[in-house]
Design a protein around this ligand. Structure first.
Ligand code: DAH
Length: 339
């Protein structure tokens, strides 16, 4: 009996020694210590022994069982340690490798310029509104006093969805839409994307952005227009900035003007930026034409107003001294993150 037990212990320890994985180790445990294992089996011999022999035999079986259990536990621990070591080795970090750059997003120069313009007008009590990019020919032209065969339509050729619907060529239709709501008085700006069938070059794009402005109230005069836009220019380009109103023609305003500001680069002396003139054109404006007011059901004897249109890209290019509009649309982050 004793020899048989010894043989079981030896066999078990041998197999434990040779086990290569936790699964194999578990197989050994089942084979020797399990319900149908060798140790359980040999316990059944108990009944053939005399009462005197039993305790000694029981002790022997127990010590063999303990030896096997201990061996299994120890092997398990060392296997786990080895596994962990291998894992650590395979997951070694090379601290000399260059780290991945985390690229943080950045506002586009157009966005920065727009937010600046909005800040200025909101500060003067203006509301910011929007209109559709796909617009009726009526709002884009007719309501604004540009009849079907008007030559101004030629300069603003665009993409037609059908003969009544087009991609808006200007943000001015938002004026008409807003006036139609009948809410008075009006102080609003309307930024947004506009479209023209222009070839791409350094100063043109078939899609660009404008910021429309409109004020309608009683007793609004050209002096209000001048004061407002002069203040806007000083806020945007610096307190030294002077403005010049040049007569111009827009069908929806009368009188109309284009506004120049003193070149913020040379202060008006003349440089490359202002092409030697000392002045830079920044927007178009005028007193809202009575016909436009009437088209929008506003009594032109009671109400007057002024309007203006600013090219957003133009402001961004000027402010950041960028000499090619195409750079704004290429989305090259090396360019964009400079602003
Ligand atoms: N819509 C004009 C354009 O695209 C710009 C403009 C000029 C808007 C004068 C106005 C204005 O509101 O009063 O050329």
């Amino acid at each position: 009996m004793k020899e048989r037990l010894q043989a079981i212990e030896n066999a078990a320890l041998n197999q434990i020694n040779e086990a290569k994985s936790l699964e194999q180790l578990n197989d050994v445990r089942v084979a020797f210590l399990g319900k149908k294992g060798e140790i359980t089996e040999i316990m059944k011999c108990m009944k053939d022994l005399s009462a005197e022999e039993r305790p000694a035999f029981g002790q022997m079986v127990n010590s063999v069982r303990q030896a096997i259990e201990e061996a299994i536990e120890n092997t398990k621990t060392s296997m786990a340690a080895k596994l962990r070591e291998e894992q650590l080795k395979s997951e070694v970090i090379d601290v000399t490798l260059p780290a991945k750059k985390s690229n943080v997003g950045h506002r586009h120069p157009n966005t920065i310029a727009l937010e600046e313009v909005q800040r200025i007008f909101v500060g003067m009590g203006y509301e910011v509104v929007e209109g559709p990019e796909v617009e009726y020919d009526y709002y884009n032209f007719e309501a604004l006093n540009i009849p079907a065969n008007h030559p101004a339509k030629d300069e603003q050729d665009t993409f037609y969805i059908n003969d009544k619907i087009l991609l808006r060529t200007q943000t001015s239709p938002v004026q008409a839409r807003y006036m139609e709501t009948g809410k008075m008085p009006i102080r609003m700006i309307a930024p947004g994307r506009v479209f023209r069938s222009d070839e791409v070059d350094a100063t043109h794009s078939p899609s660009f952005h404008q910021i429309e402005g409109l004020v309608i109230d009683k007793n609004i005069t050209f002096a209000d227009l001048k004061g407002t836009l002069a203040e806007f220019a000083r806020e945007l380009f610096g307190p030294e900035t002077k403005v010049k109103f040049r007569p111009h023609h827009f069908p929806f305003t009368e009188p109309s003007a284009e506004v120049d500001v003193t070149c913020f680069k040379c202060g008006g002396k003349g440089c490359r930026m202002c092409k030697g003139s000392g002045w830079i054109e920044i927007l178009g404006c005028g007193m809202v034409h009575p016909k436009v007011l009437e088209n929008c059901k506003i009594d032109s004897n009671e109400y007057q107003g002024f309007a203006f249109g600013i090219g957003l890209e133009r402001i961004a290019l000027l402010k950041y001294e960028i000499d090619d509009m195409r750079l704004l649309y290429e989305n090259d982050t090396r360019f964009l993150k400079q602003f």
